[in-house]
Ligand binder design. Sequence first.
Ligand code: DLL
Length: 435
Amino acid sequence: MERYWNKTVETMERGRLRELQLEKLRATVENVYANVPYYREKMQAKGMLPGDVKTLDNLSDLPVTTKQDLRDTYPFGLFAVPMEEIVRIHASSGTTGKQTVVGYTRRDIDVWAECMARCLVMADADKHSRVQVSYGYGLFTGGLGAHYGAEKLGAVAIPASSGNTQRQIAMLVDFGVTHLCCTPSYAMYIAETLYEMGFAKDDIKLKAGCFGAEPWSAGMRAEIESRLGIRAHDIYGLSEIMGPSVSQDCRCQSGLHIWEDCYIPEITDPDTGLPVRDGEQGDLVITTVNKEGIPLIRYKTRDICSLNYEKCDCGRTHVRMSKPAGRTDDMLIIRGVNVFPSQIEAVLLSMGEVQPHYQLIVDRVNNLDTMTIEIEVSESVFSDHVKGIEDYERRIGRQMESVLGLGAKIRLVEPKSIARSEGKAKRIIDKRKFD
Ligand code: DLL
């Protein structure tokens, strides 16, 4: 029997859900028009008034919001309530430019915890569960986001934060932890350390994990599931929209349910900004319709995915987004070919013997882009004779070339030689200079 945190909402008939979305969208547009001068000006520039939003189709008439808009109004310019109603601030550092700051009212924190509780229940948690939150606590939304959801559920929240991996293992074992929340790369690291410390799968009570904050492949999921003996759920979110729990996959693991009573998703063409055809991939654009602190209209996430409105076997009616395939902006363009680290990971994990620890080094030599992929292999491969290693490198190289349409130099490296990460993994070293 499927369990839900909020059955009425999670299984709401789609017609009713759309009515609810329209009602909330209209209220959101009224709100930003009245309270956020930046949005009022953007709408005026398009000759729009809030009353022009009559159906959900009018959504695409509204102006889009980008990370740059948040930077231009840094720090609080897009807040729709006075500061005395804000009870929390988070920020996302990003890789370039100023950080983007988001503010939450008490009600926002509640809505966020509600969505996170729904995700944890999808991962089969309940009030008897013990949830180790090994996302970083701080301005990053991972730690506190997952934490409040676990508490809302009535489970035991264990605010481990990230780092000090041996202590993480001690908590996992000693506290009988049933659910782990962290980045997939950290889950791999935790699994590795667990066995190194002499524990076995039976020493832990872990049942499931909510892993996200970075792209990861189906192969990586299979690795985590088999190493820890758990079900690994993919949780997605971004600080601009709320944090973790914008969407997560259910036990069917066939797409991540976006909580549509709070967020309206669209998929647009990354170049033209126009809507793509049903089911096609593109840039995920999200409008928040249940948020007070910083409601965002048509926020361009730059995450690439598609939407599936078919009914899911779990009974939830909320749309499913495909696993984010990468970002339009961390997409590497190498010799004119678009490359996503997630494609590389998928190839590697399909080959066996290699570990999901790898690093891409991109450089430009004599005006030509080069890509080297360093991959850890298991001890047995590495202790093999040189010829064996070279053959293996060639095989991976051929496979990589056929999938990416681009040649890469493959360098197999010893187990443990690539730095482990406790948060989001840094997989790309781009040495090219573009200026
Ligand atoms: O990473 C929020 C989060 C925390 C999500 C914990 C899930 C778990 P930001 O730091 O603002 O927020 O980064 C957001 O991370 O636009 C995606 O590119 C990427 N991302 C997040 N979840 C996933 C996922 C948090 N499950 C950016 N798969 C997003 C792939 C993800 N990419």
